[in-house]
Design a protein around this ligand. Sequence first.
Ligand code: ZN
Ligand code: ZN
Length: 159
Amino acid sequence: MDRIPWNQYFMAQAVLLSLRSTCTRLEVGATLVRDKRIIAGGYNGSVSGDVHCIDEDCYVVDGHCLRTIHAEMNALLQCAKFGIPTDGSEIYVTHFPCLACTKAILQAGVKTIHYLHDYHNNEYAISLIKQVGANVHQVKLDEKYFSKLQLGEALTENL
Ligand SMILES: [Zn+2]
Ligand SMILES: [Zn+2]
């Protein structure tokens, strides 16, 4: 039987997480994986206890929403909060990470960045990934693995 490949399985988890985003400027999800086990997940959202952008509008300065913690950061911070090692892990993100997140991802010891959508792919981020010996890889979701889920557009629009 043709089973869903790990890369698509974990990326689908990131897509699912993106649906929890509270900042609608960009719905991003991130899944941290070590030894083929999900160790943490995150989505774009406010600091716990703060208002949500979906309720109060974004707090935009210089084209960026100041309120939002990026999905990748939230996944890493979940590990910090609960004492989960991230060294040697992999991250699955729905959009190519911004430079700040890329630096945090690399510094946390994440070895491979899997992303779904190109998104302002930062030149310095790309060279940094190479420089430190990490990997970056784009994942394509194949419809045949998801059609039976009948999850509607949430997943299929990312195929
Ligand atoms: Zn926002
Ligand atoms: Zn970011």
